[in-house]
Design a protein around this ligand. Structure first.
Ligand code: UDP
Ligand code: MG
Length: 336
């Protein structure tokens, strides 16, 4: 005889609960970490109330997961992350075999989340987690694909950083077709459509701020004040920042190559005209050997310019070479 199962009201309620929980969208929090053992426990502490408030949000409730990307730290970051996964169900981590840089960590993060949405933020609390609920609210209520944060407290930064950074953003926007807001950071929330678009760019030498801008979509820019680091120290020296800026310009603009060609053309024209001038002058007036200093100064100048331009072409060539080798941008050693 066929067995009949009765569904009690409490069963239905339980099923309903499961269903509503499943229906909640998942927000993945991606956190690149490089030698952040001191600050990670503070970070986790400040994330807990945020997770609760997101889950109980009246308008747009969501579940959260946190993915830490250990970028080959030399301290005990990985042990701290292991302890997090034992303690919290919604925490995952990826650990690289060596330091591949923050850009690689961001890429690994985006590739390894399951969320319908993601938010990228630094481990050092300089991107305050307390702003996540507001970003989430704005993203959902305004129908945006992305909410991107830019620093508006540049005065607190050192003289070099402040001026170099705003010069860099202006130069990059001029040389490329991008329109990145001055003070833009990697602190950003995106929906799945935009995440997939970002991941569809196969390049391994990545400048994320440029990529986020390049893929388009509807982005809301919000100002925020960067907080002080509660512990640990910044991994960016002035030299690293300068080389990062060169990388950014070279990966988003061909203008330096065009400038080389134009200057080359101008120099050819000038030398051609000078040649005619000297020829005419010699025929009409006859000319003793003079202008030796002009000669060697011109040779030095031309030599310098040729070498500089070869260097610029070389930089592009090196990037093509690296892309063509198709090396992975990072190698994962441990994952949970
Ligand atoms: N970071 C990383 N790999 C690196 C350097 C930095 O994953 O090679 C992470 C770091 O742990 C932090 C974030 O990127 O979470 C920002 O780094 P940092 O605070 O040193 O930069 P700053 O705030 O000074 O620009
Ligand atoms: Mg920082």
């Amino acid at each position: 005889m066929e067995q009949i199962t009765f569904i009690t009201p409490s069963d239905t309620e339980e099923n309903l609960n499961i269903n509503t929980e499943k229906a909640l969208p998942l927000l993945s929090v991606i956190v690149p970490c490089y030698n952040e053992e001191e600050v990670l426990p503070i970070f986790m502490e400040s994330m807990l109330p945020i997770e609760k408030s997101l889950e109980s949000s009246a308008d747009f409730p969501c579940r959260t997961e946190i993915l830490f990307v250990d970028d080959g730290s030399g301290d005990s970051t990985i042990e701290v992350l292991r302890s997090f996964t034992e303690k919290y169900e919604n925490v995952k981590y990826i650990s690289f075999s060596k330091n591949f840089g923050k850009e690689a960590a961001i890429l690994a993060g985006l590739k390894n989340i399951e969320g319908d949405f993601c938010v990228l933020l630094d481990a050092d609390l300089q991107h305050p987690p307390a702003l996540i609920p507001e970003m989430w609210q704005k993203l959902n209520s305004g129908g945006y694909d992305s909410v991107a944060m830019y620093r508006n407290n540049r005065k607190k930064e050192g003289f070099f950083r402040r001026h170099f950074s705003s010069f860099f953003f202006r130069l990059l926007n001029k040389l490329s077709k991008l329109n990145i807001v001055n003070g833009a950071t990697d602190f950003r929330m995106m929906n799945r459509m935009m995440i997939d678009a970002v991941l569809s760019l196969p390049e391994s030498n990545r400048f994320s701020k440029g990529i986020f801008c390049w893929v388009g979509f509807n982005t809301l820019w919000m100002p925020f004040e960067t907080a002080e680091r509660p512990a640990g120290k910044s991994k960016w020296s002035s030299g690293k920042l300068v080389s990062y800026s060169f990388d950014a310009i070279l990966s988003f603009s061909e203008t330096p190559l065009k400038i080389c060609s134009w200057i080359g053309i101008i120099f050819c024209l000038v030398s051609f005209l000078l040649g005619i001038y000297h020829l005419v002058k010699t025929i009409i007036f006859g000319d003793p050997v003079a202008g030796f200093p002009t000669l060697y100064l011109m040779m030095l100048l031309m030599g310098g310019i040729v070498l500089l331009f070869l260097g610029i072409i070389g930089q592009y060539l090196a990037r093509i070479y690296l892309e063509i080798k198709q090396r992975p941008p990072y190698i994962i050693k441990e994952k949970k």
